[in-house]
Design a protein around this ligand. Sequence first.
Ligand SMILES: *[C@@H]1O[C@H](CO)[C@@H](O)[C@H](O)[C@H]1NC(C)=O
Ligand SMILES: *[C@@H]1O[C@H](CO)[C@@H](O)[C@H](O)[C@H]1NC(C)=O
Length: 373
Amino acid sequence: MKLFAAILLSMASVASAFPAFEKLTVEQLDRARQMLDERQVLPNPIAPILGGNMTVTVGKKVIPDAAHPFKAPSATAQRGPCPGLNLMANYGYLDREGITNFEELVYGQQEVMGWGLDLSTFLAALAVAVDGNPVNQKVSIGGPDERVGTIPLLGDGTLPGGILKHNTYEIDSSLTRDDVAIGNNKVLNTTLWQDIWDVADEMNGGQLNGKVMSVVREKRYEASVRDNPQFAFAPIGVLFFFADQFLYNTMPTALDNGEPGPATRETISPFYGAKRTGERTWEYVPEHLPEGWVRRARPLSIPEAVLAGIDTVTAAASKGQLPVGITKEDLTSPQGVVCAVKSIAIGQVPAAVVGLQGMEMLLSSINSIGAPC
Ligand SMILES: *[C@@H]1O[C@H](CO)[C@@H](O)[C@H](O)[C@H]1NC(C)=O
Ligand SMILES: *[C@@H]1O[C@H](CO)[C@@H](O)[C@H](O)[C@H]1NC(C)=O
């Protein structure tokens, strides 16, 4: 974990560039967003070399490179509900069999998705902690698998559940998968996929943005309430609101200036394995990248990811669309949202997985948003 010590030092200077807000109000939120837009504040470190052949390239990059050709998953490969994980395994940035580990996840998310070390570490640690084997740090991106090994401390021979395990990483009301109680939570539901584009067509000329995602999220919540008698919006559901924004801040091919380009269905569909078969019909194929895809240059940090999703969280909270165990007061202000993210980081990401310095890096990154909790 020497890696994190160096990063922490480099972050100390950038983090203090954010104004020390007493409490994060809507005005201060706008100001923080503006600073991100103007690139005045970039708390988005990367870890260029993690060891072995896991080298993260800095800046804009055409993905995949020659060392990572697409191969459809083998019959024994694990694949699951998360399109990004499936995609990274289809190119061998993660183990092609879908049995990955903490370091490889931290690497893959930086190299393929263009996410910062902070965001990549957070999501990797969460996956290993809730669905994997915290002892050897392996996790299956699909269901339980002997190749992940049993957890010795438990001694009962139970295998970790993998990303497919319900109400951990995989929860109800996701954008493109059915709730497990009423359908298939593993594969793309092409009707739900078309629904997203119907909202985009109606609201924003066929492109995704934060307002479109907010409406889609609300519709998904309402559908779960209506159709799924066992609907439970787990506390970790707070993270959905931020993950939804990846559709337009991560997946579009980057422009010449390295920023994500227009969030059109042509550039985003392959990520989800959505292959067009007609005017409004799609077929689910293995997740892949559009030809000549260019990854964004500036790593997407936790602060940028959180600032992108705050409005959708507060809008949903004001309508009472809340994850269980979280009260309305917790989420209707920007301050409350940041604090909820922080409490998930502290509660769900054990130092045993990220190390104390990794934990410090995560908290320092969340704190740099400027909301004391
Ligand atoms: C690193 O190289 C080994 C051996 O060639 C390969 O099996 C593995 O998939 C590679 N890992 C990544 C993340 O590219
Ligand atoms: C996809 O979702 C729609 C809308 O919720 C549902 O009616 C349909 O049964 C689902 N299709 C499949 C194949 O699960």
